[in-house]
Design a protein around this ligand. Structure first.
Ligand code: MG
Length: 339
């Protein structure tokens, strides 16, 4: 199999702020795998927070390409070889892994979710994310988004958190999930959760720093809504120690190395009695569609990364009114160029 990579730069529709900073553009790396006459496509959305830069991805993908054999269906074996070859770089692995699934599906003339035996499973509706801004601006964006989405994920971690959730609740009765991206201390998280609980908040994501598992448990024992780990839940190896510490985990292909890694993580989470969210970075439809292929296995979806782009160069999974995810009925990932 041959691998080629190209970097694509995409401006966001509006600047996107979370507790760690503001993003105005996304740089993704598209990977193509060629086998005979077939092409499998994948994409990486590298995140500096998880130690990856797009500039390194091309060299990393070339190194990972050495792990590919001649059998396009040897996906588990390739995934293990990639993990033995390079310890980190999960987004680079994710791009190659989803390209392998795309290729295998095209060779079988079957969508990936059907190959995985997931036909007929209902997909959870995706949330739409509201980045940090002034409370009135966030409330305005929430009220606009609520025309299309029944679930909103609200980014918190600023001084105005209670004011933000109050303003959004006044603007819409959509389901609200909040995500602090590790910005609070355990005590701040409990105090804030008490304030926002009467406003109807479905869940609380990553209230405290990723390494503070005692802090996560402290919060979980004291707040009324489920606590979900995101930055604390990177790969399947993180899952057992989160059992009893949180109620659920947020799995992202870019953290765990693709569809194969995500499937391992979902199984580990279920074995530990954890609920599962499937999330994403700011990404094109290639990798959002790859995640959507396995969304039938999870409780909560946050697959809106492609919707934050001013222009998505690809099309795949679509979002119907209310946030309903509709998978393409085409072989592999079912992703095509958008024009
Ligand atoms: Mg999160």
């Amino acid at each position: 199999m041959e691998v080629s990579t190209r970097i694509i730069d995409m401006p966001l529709a509006t600047p996107f702020t979370i507790a760690r900073g503001t993003q105005t553009a996304a740089r993704n790396v598209v990977v193509e795998l060629r086998h005979g006459g077939a092409i499998g496509v994948g994409a990486a959305a590298p995140s500096a927070f998880y130690g990856e830069l797009p500039e390194h991805m091309v060299a990393t993908a070339a190194r990972l390409a050495e792990c590919l054999g001649d059998d396009p269906f040897a996906i588990e074996q390739t995934f293990d070889r990639m993990n033995r070859s390079i310890r980190f770089n999960p987004a680079a692995k994710a791009a190659i892994d989803m390209a392998m699934w795309d290729l295998a599906g095209k060779l079988c003339d079957m969508p990936v979710h059907r190959m995985l035996g997931l036909s007929g499973l209902p997909l959870p509706r995706t949330s739409f994310t509201i980045g940090i801004d002034r409370p009135e601006t966030m409330a305005q964006r929430a009220s606009e988004a609520a025309r299309r989405f029944t679930v909103l994920k609200v980014k918190l971690g600023s001084a105005a958190d209670l004011e933000i959730v109050s303003a959004i609740r006044r603007s819409t009765d959509a389901t609200i999930r909040v995500d602090a991206n590790a910005a609070w201390t355990p005590k701040e998280a409990v105090a804030l959760a008490e304030g926002i609980a009467p406003l109807g908040v479905e869940l609380l994501e990553q209230p405290v720093p990723p390494w503070d598992l005692d802090g996560l448990r402290f919060v979980r024992d004291r707040v009324p809504m489920p606590v979900v780990a995101d930055e604390s839940a990177v790969t399947w190896e993180d899952v057992p120690r989160l059992a009893g510490t949180v109620d659920g985990i947020n799995i992202k292909l870019m953290k765990c190395g693709g569809i194969t890694g995500a499937l391992r993580m979902i199984r580990a989470a279920r074995a530990c009695g954890l609920r599962v969210m499937l999330g994403c970075m700011v990404e094109t439809s290639i990798s959002v569609t790859a995640a959507a292929q396995i969304a039938g296995l999870v409780d909560w979806a946050d697959l809106d990364g492609n919707l934050l782009l001013s222009h998505d160069p690809f099309r795949g999974v679509s979002v119907q009114d209310g946030g309903e995810l509709v998978l393409p009925d085409a072989p592999g990932l079912g992703v095509l160029p958008s024009e």
